[in-house]
Design a protein around this ligand. Structure first.
Ligand SMILES: [Zn+2]
Length: 380
C-alpha cells in the first residue's frame, strides 16, 4: 500500500467515524430491550407481620379496584404491589400479571379502562401516550412509560389500545423526538434513563440537542418543593438517573457530584423536618419554625397530603445506596406512620386520593411483604 492509498484509507475511516458519531446523536442511542433494573438497596423492615396475616390483608382490601381507576399509573402503581388483585365481587380475582397483560394487550375489562385513549398515533403516524395529563390517563407526562420501565417490561413488547398498537421502543423514540426541558420532565427523564441510557445525547425533531447532563442541570435548578407532588418527583428522577449512571455511565463527573450533594442535603432536610409521629408534611424542605410543637399540623395539612409526602419520600429513599441512606430509625418511624395512616383512612378517601395513598401502600407492602416486592418483574 503506497502513501496515497494509506492517506485515502485514513480519510475514509475518519469520515466513517464522524458519520457514526453524527448519526448516533441525530438518531439517538439504542433503546435497550431490557430497561435498566434498579434494585432497592435498603433492607426490608421487619414490622412483625407477614403477608396473609390480617394487617396486610386489611390494608390491601382497601385498595380493591371497585371503582374505575383515576389514572393508569395509579393502577400500575397499585397492582405492582400484589401478586393477587382481588376484584370487589371476588368472582374475577386475577393475578397482577394477568391484569398487567390485559392492560398491555388492550383487553382490560371496560370498567377498569380509562375514559380516554392512552395510546394513539399523531398525524405523522408516530405513537404517543396520553393526549393530556388531566384526562384520566396519566397523572404526569410519561409516567406510564416510566412505570413500564420500573416493571422491567421489554422494549419489544407491543402495547395496544383499541385499534392502535406500538412497541415500547417506538414510544421511547417518539418521546425522545419530542423531548424538551420545559414543564414536567421528571418521568420523561426516568423513562429515557432506563430504556435509553447513553452518554451521547440525541437531537429532537426541532434540531435541539439533549443529554442527561442537561436534564440533570434542569432538575437541579428547580426549587426544593417545585413541581408536582411537593417536589418529590424531582428527587425520584435524580436518584434514578444517579443509580442508572452507576451501572451505565450517562453523566459527567460534575453532574454526578451535584446529584450526590443534592441527595445528601435533602437527607439532612428530611432528618430535621420529620415529625416525631414519623410523617413528613408539605413543608418538608424548610425547618419547622417552632420545633417540637406540631399541634397545628392537622389544621394546616389534610391527612392525604401527609400521606402523599411521606409515601413519595419513602419511595425514592429506598433507592439510595447504604452510605447515603436515611437512618433506619427515621425510616421505620415513617413506614409505621404509613401503616397507621392506611389503617385509619376510609376506602372512600383512598378512592378520592389514590395517588397519595398508593405510594404509602407501596412503601408499607415492601416492609410487610418483601416477597411481593421481589416478584415485581417478569411481566410478559
Ligand atoms: Zn406523585
Amino acid at each position: 500500500m503506497n502513501a496515497i492509498h494509506k492517506l485515502l484509507l485514513a480519510a475514509a475511516v475518519a469520515v466513517a467515524l464522524a458519520w457514526c458519531t453524527w448519526s448516533h446523536t441525530k438518531i439517538g442511542p439504542v433503546v435497550l430491550e431490557r430497561p435498566v433494573a434498579i434494585a432497592s438497596s435498603r433492607p426490608c423492615l421487619d414490622l412483625g407481620c407477614q403477608r396473609g396475616q390480617r394487617p396486610w390483608l386489611d390494608l390491601a382490601d382497601k385498595f380493591r379496584p371497585d371503582k374505575p381507576f383515576k389514572s393508569l399509573p395509579d393502577l400500575m402503581h397499585h397492582v405492582g404491589n400484589g401478586s393477587l388483585v382481588e376484584m370487589p365481587d371476588h368472582s374475577d380475582n386475577i393475578t397482577r400479571k394477568m391484569l398487567l397483560t390485559s392492560l398491555l394487550d388492550g383487553t382490560l375489562p371496560a370498567r377498569y379502562q380509562p375514559k380516554t385513549a392512552w395510546l394513539f398515533r399523531g398525524i405523522d403516524n408516530r405513537p404517543h401516550m396520553s393526549r393530556g395529563v388531566d384526562q384520566g390517563v396519566e397523572g404526569h407526562p410519561s409516567q406510564l412509560l416510566a412505570e413500564f420501565a420500573a416493571l422491567g417490561i421489554p422494549s419489544s413488547r407491543v402495547v395496544r389500545f383499541g385499534s392502535t398498537s406500538a412497541s415500547i421502543a417506538e414510544l421511547v423514540r417518539s418521546l425522545r423526538e419530542d423531548f424538551h426541558l420545559e414543564g414536567e420532565i421528571e418521568w420523561k427523564a426516568i423513562a429515557l434513563a432506563r430504556y435509553a441510557p447513553s452518554k451521547t445525547g440525541w437531537v429532537n425533531r426541532w434540531g435541539k440537542a439533549f443529554d442527561f447532563d442537561a436534564i440533570t442541570d434542569s432538575l437541579l435548578r428547580r426549587a426544593p418543593a417545585e413541581g408536582s407532588c411537593r417536589g418529590t418527583h424531582v428527587l425520584q428522577s435524580l436518584v434514578v438517573i444517579w443509580r442508572v449512571d452507576a451501572l451505565k455511565p450517562i453523566l459527567s463527573g460534575s453532574s454526578r457530584d451535584s446529584i450526590r450533594r443534592r441527595l445528601a442535603s435533602t437527607i439532612d432536610q428530611l432528618r430535621a423536618s420529620q415529625r416525631p409521629a414519623g410523617y413528613w408534611a408539605p413543608d418538608w424542605f424548610t425547618p419547622h419554625p417552632n420545633r417540637g410543637d406540631y399541634t397545628q399540623d392537622p389544621l394546616l395539612f389534610p391527612d392525604d397530603q401527609l400521606a402523599l409526602v411521606t409515601g413519595h419520600h419513602l419511595e425514592w429513599l429506598d433507592l439510595l445506596d447504604d452510605d447515603m441512606a436515611l437512618p433506619d430509625a427515621n425510616r421505620r418511624a415513617a413506614v409505621e406512620w404509613c401503616v397507621q395512616s392506611l389503617a385509619r383512612v376510609t376506602e372512600d378517601s383512598i378512592a378520592k386520593n389514590l395517588c397519595a395513598y398508593s405510594h404509602c401502600f407501596r412503601a408499607v407492602t415492601r416492609a410487610i411483604s418483601p416477597e411481593i416486592q421481589s416478584n415485581e418483574r417478569g411481566v410478559p
